[in-house]
Design a protein around this ligand. Structure first.
Ligand code: UDP
Ligand code: MG
Length: 318
């Protein structure tokens, strides 16, 4: 099928209940493939992440009249990052584009990605310039999140870039050799290194359906991002502990001195307020530190179990 002179480019799209987006998405990808057919072959890897709305049927219907579509059915819903991982594992192209299936990421940008890739870049990621149609809350939380992660991590994870990007074969192979399961792909891609560059784009509104990232999943994802790339929260407890202990030590010296020399403390009060404040405050800090420990411990437990990242029920090619 593929002419050896033309490199194959894989387009990986995780799909979770995107029934109504499948046909328009493949139309637009088809348009790009048509325009670039002289230079590249394309394969589109659609990962059905345990959809329950007939996404699989929609994909199969499209496969009857379109070539080079790979349908990967996962055994259940594994979540966006793992579905994308499955797609990257299956993709056979010399470069792989990862994109969302709701047409928020315009496939037409792939042409610009490929130009940069040709120029020698290993990773070309798309940075969101405008994000119409997203709630103020999502925009705000996303903004805060990207800034927090920038401060907490030592590797440069680009601000306002999602997973929409092109990766060269060696970057994909590097990801495939990273077995971690709390996958924060955009961070892992930054970690890999090589030559990376950005392209700014205006994010479109979701073509059909609703977001598959409700608040709970967003928070989880943010925690995964921070926990997989930073141990600063873990240290926070010890830094804070040192600071509080230092203050407590000085205070203890003062109290002992008053006792030893039978002095009366200045402005003597029954001490109820200060005691309760100290107890509540320290109780809060301790619980929070335990919680942070728990976040990391839970992830360690997850990793140690060593289960497969995802399970494929079947793969079909058109
Ligand atoms: N997705 C997935 N599994 C999930 C959740 C989402 O494969 O459990 C896919 C979804 O179908 C879409 C992409 O991940 O192609 C991004 O999801 P979404 O558009 O809902 O996220 P948002 O753009 O709202 O952040
Ligand atoms: Mg979306």
């Amino acid at each position: 099928m593929s002419d050896s002179a033309r490199p194959t480019i894989s387009i990986v799209v995780p799909l979770y209940n995107e029934r109504a987006n499948v046909a328009p998405l493949l139309d637009r990808i088809g348009g790009v493939a048509e325009r670039l057919r002289e230079s590249y072959d394309f394969e589109t890897v659609l990962v059905n992440d345990g959809s329950t709305d007939g996404t699989e049927t929609a994909v199969r219907a499209e496969m009857t009249n379109r070539p080079a579509i790979v349908l990967v059915n996962l055994s259940r819903n594994f979540g966006h990052q793992l579905a994308a991982t499955a797609g990257l594992d299956i993709a056979g192209g010399v470069a792989v584009v990862l994109m969302d299936g709701d047409l928020q990421d315009p496939p037409e940008l792939i042409e610009a990605f490929l130009a940069k890739w040709r120029a020698g870049y290993d990773v070309v990621y798309a940075v969101r310039r405008a994000r119409p149609g997203e709630s103020r809350f999502k925009l705000f939380t996303a903004r805060v999140f990207y800034r927090i992660i920038k401060r907490l991590t030592r590797i440069a994870i680009p601000v306002d870039a999602g997973d929409f990007r092109l990766m060269s074969r060696r970057v994909v192979e590097a990801l495939r050799r990273s077995p971690e399961r709390n996958r924060f792909l955009r961070g892992m891609v930054s970690w890999v290194g090589f030559n990376q560059t950005a392209i700014a784009y205006d994010r479109d509104v979701r073509h059909s359906g609703t977001t598959k990232y409700p608040l709970g999943k967003m928070v989880r994802f943010a925690m995964d991002g921070i926990a997989s790339f930073s141990d600063i929260p873990l240290r926070f407890a010890s830094y804070f502990g040192f600071a509080v202990s230092a203050v407590a030590f000085v205070y203890a010296l003062v109290v002992i001195a008053f006792k030893l020399f039978s002095l009366k403390p200045p402005a003597y009060t029954p001490g109820w307020a200060s005691t309760i404040v100290a107890v509540l405050f320290l109780g809060g800090v301790q619980l929070m530190s335990l919680g942070i420990l728990g976040e990391y411990l839970g992830r360690v437990y997850d990793e140690v179990k060593g289960r497969p990242l995802y399970l494929i029920s079947d793969i079909e090619r058109s």
